[in-house]
Design a protein around this ligand. Structure first.
Ligand code: 13P
Ligand code: ZN
Length: 275
């Protein structure tokens, strides 16, 4: 089967378009990677090439050795993924050590996978282990309202988790483990990759101060849905803060505990502090 006809590439392209339509991907902002299943690689095997040079990842991910990923290209626009996928997206293979990658499909006009590849792959490695292989998607988006909040809220996991949980009743059910916060750091490098992947041991969402979010999930629906829920909640908080500095009423810690019981989730007590 041609890569472009495969259901998994179709799903990847749709998610990129959905993110663009939300306004989270100005210019080349954001990036998306998917860790392919063995049968998905076999399905498109004939359409892959194996003669491109191996290149350094910029991170060591031995637990992902030999795996294949679909990745947006560095400097490529989410807006162009659907109309020009072969120019904007790559399928890459990792080497036996998990230190190098090579391009097996796509980026036909040159280029390389996203500059955030070290962060994506280190997050994939952490999440593969933490979820017994279930998580396959890592998504970075420039979500407007979450970014706005990083200028206003304290840059702590506690502040972001609790404020965003309070903004919509279903939030604690969608991200019961909470949200991690990375202070401002230079993007694209090893240090931000290490910091983010440490947080991904505990959380499925990490906020990058003054930059955007990173989300991890099992499939495109769950990962996009997670980013969408977090950003929607941030939008409600931005609207609320634009009206008043003081919430007249909100969801209380005991009400979160009741919710957790009925919905069968565990909410860490450290987010249920008295204010
Ligand atoms: P890339 O174009 O290299 O994916 O970078 C975009 C981005 O959002 C960096 O954080
Ligand atoms: Zn970015």
């Amino acid at each position: 089967m041609k890569v472009l006809e495969s259901p998994i590439m179709q799903g990847f392209m749709r998610m990129a378009q959905d993110g663009f339509d939300q306004g989270w991907h100005e210019r080349n902002g954001g990036n998306l990677t998917y860790r392919m299943k063995r049968e998905e690689v076999e399905q498109v095997w004939e359409d892959l090439r194996f003669d491109a040079p191996w290149q350094e990842i910029g991170a060591s991910v031995p637990e992902l050795a030999g795996e294949f990923f679909i990745a947006t290209g560095s400097g490529k626009y989410f807006r162009n993924v659907m109309p020009f996928p072969e120019d904007s997206v790559a399928v890459v293979e990792l080497d036996d050590a998990g230190e190098k990658y090579r391009i097996c499909w796509g980026l036909v006009n040159g280029g390389r996978p996203t500059s955030e590849l070290p962060s994506h792959l280190m997050n994939h490695q952490v999440k593969k282990k933490a979820t017994g292989g279930r998580h396959r998607v890592i998504y970075h988006a420039h979500t407007t309202n979450v970014i706005a909040l990083t200028f206003v809220l304290p840059l702590t996991d506690e502040a972001f988790t609790r404020e965003l949980w309070e903004m919509a009743t279903e939030c604690p059910v969608v991200f019961p483990d909470g949200i991690g916060v990375v202070p401002w750091m230079v993007p694209g490098g090893h240090a931000i990759a290490v910091e983010t992947s440490n947080l991904m041991e505990k959380y499925d969402v990490a906020v990058w101060a003054h930059h955007g979010i990173f989300c991890s999930g099992e499939d495109f629906d769950l990962t996009f849905g997670l980013a969408h829920t977090v950003e929607k909640s941030a939008e409600i908080l931005v609207k609320t803060l634009s009206m008043t500095q003081h919430k007249r009423q909100t969801i209380q810690p005991d009400q979160f505990r009741e919710l957790a019981k009925d919905f069968g989730v565990t909410l860490p007590e450290r987010f249920l502090f008295e204010k």
